[in-house]
Design a protein around this ligand. Structure first.
Ligand code: LLP
Length: 415
């Protein structure tokens, strides 16, 4: 598996480009993504399905930069959306609406209408009330919405509680015990074609076990639905496979998992869909930052960098770990310290009590595994302009989102 971030001549590169060369031209901080790593991970999913009818729908929420979406679209990817804004991005990037699924627990009438008029593949619906709204909108437009019911299979994904979605106590999906009744009622509504079931039990699963358990429950459900005379032609197994954020973690075998899903569904006449986000883009991206100051408060040692929680919120929000590498490899010893940003919150940190390589004022460093849920969760908190995004294509690179200016910060505001 290609790791795009490696040292060559003691300089950290992304594929064929030294990150310090990008920093010299664009300044810091910036996000950087490897085209080749993204495509390789997408193809791992796509190729594992082999001849089995399938669609890999990249979860746009993980990284919605137009250039990233465009390269996935050109490779044949579909997309999993959770908002009208994401549909707008997919269309702007040249994505094929016929390969798009629209998920999410709170879609609006405007979003239903946008999806219907665009001709997306299907809506993953999460409640009887939502089915009724979608039916009303489709009928008004004289269009038909293809629907899969998002099932809550009541499986413990054993991941961080904020990103676990498949337990009965979560807001997501329809309780598996109630799906048959909801499906039968939905199949009678005008303007809808109920044709599938979907499930997504959580994110950052390093073990595919819970996904296999959910699959077993979904296949039994499909058997019951078909037994009741209902039509099911597609099964969406959701996303959720994780990535190693720390050296001791290992990435789940994506290809093996998909091949097992294909084996277990062989002969059932189901088109398989999947919605991976993180496992396609996380390892392909990094956030590059510059050390502003070092500082000591009592026994604590701080490295203050120019990126902050508004640029990458995962450590503050999920206690997430991101490896930190100096752009210039060093053989000097490590010292313990915190890496923090300039935002006025104690929660603004990237690492706490971490053994760190020598990082002095002016040095550059990369926060790794930041290609998923990085830039997309960035904000302008503390009136900090959002940072640029760079795409590396082999040995060349280009800016695929400009650094925001102060004027961008106040755009649309009036006194
Ligand atoms: N499908 C649905 C319905 C989802 O809710 C999600 C993620 C995905 C697919 C993609 O899951 P993935 O393959 O990326 O695990 N911000 C958090 C992650 C939130 C995930 C939300 N749902 C983080 O930074 O860890």
């Amino acid at each position: 598996m290609l790791n795009p971030f490696v040292y060559q001549n003691s300089e950290l590169h992304c594929d064929g480009v030294a990150l310090s060369a990008i920093a010299a031209q664009t300044g810091t901080p910036f996000y950087v993504y490897s085209r080749d790593a993204i495509l390789e991970r997408y193809r791992e999913y796509h190729e594992a399905f082999g001849e089995h009818p399938h669609q890999v729908c990249f979860a746009v929420k993980a990284n919605s930069n137009l250039a990233v979406l465009a390269l996935l679209a050109r490779a044949g990817a579909g997309f999993d959306l959770v908002s009208g804004g994401e549909l707008y991005r997919v269309l702007a990037a040249g994505g094929d609406p016929a390969r798009v699924v629209f998920s999410g627990v709170g879609k609006t009438d405007e979003e239903f209408e946008y999806g219907l008029r665009t001709g997306i593949h299907s809506f993953n619906c999460e409640s009887p009330a939502e089915l009724a709204r979608l039916s009303a909108v489709a009928t008004r437009l004289k269009l038909t919405a293809r629907v899969a019911l998002r099932v809550n299979p009541d499986v413990d994904a054993s991941t961080h509680p904020y990103i676990s979605t498949g337990l009965r106590e979560n807001k997501f999906g329809i309780d598996i015990a109630e799906v048959e009744a909801v499906y039968a009622a939905g199949a009678k509504l005008p303007g809808l074609t109920l044709s599938g079931v979907s499930s997504h039990i959580g994110s950052q699963l390093l073990d595919a076990g819970p996904l296999e358990e959910a699959l077993g429950k979904m296949l039994a459900l499909i058997g019951r639905l078909r037994g009741a005379g209902l039509t099911i032609d597609h099964l969406d197994i959701g996303g959720g496979l994780g990535v190693p954020y720390q050296p001791h973690q290992t990435r789940p075998a994506v290809g093996e998992f998909i091949r097992r899903v294909c084996e277990r569904t062989a002969g059932l006449g189901l088109t398989l869909m999947t919605e991976p986000g993180r496992s396609i883009v996380a390892e392909a991206g990094a956030l590059v930052t510059r050390v502003l100051y070092r500082k000591r408060n009592g026994q604590k040692h701080f490295v203050i960098v120019d990126a902050a929680m508004n640029d990458l919120i995962r450590p503050s929000l999920y206690q997430a770990h991101h490896e930190i590498r100096p752009l210039r490899e060093s053989s000097e010893g490590m010292t313990a310290g915190d890496v923090v940003g300039p935002v006025c919150e104690s929660g603004d940190f990237f690492a706490k009590d971490r053994l760190l390589p020598p990082l002095d004022s002016g040095d550059l460093a990369a926060l790794l595994t930041a290609g998923a849920y990085g830039f997309v969760l960035a904000s302008n908190y503390n009136s900090r302009p959002r940072v640029p995004e760079i795409l590396v294509e082999g040995s060349t690179w280009r800016m695929v989102r400009d650094r925001e200016s102060y004027a961008d910060l106040v755009r649309g505001e009036t006194i």
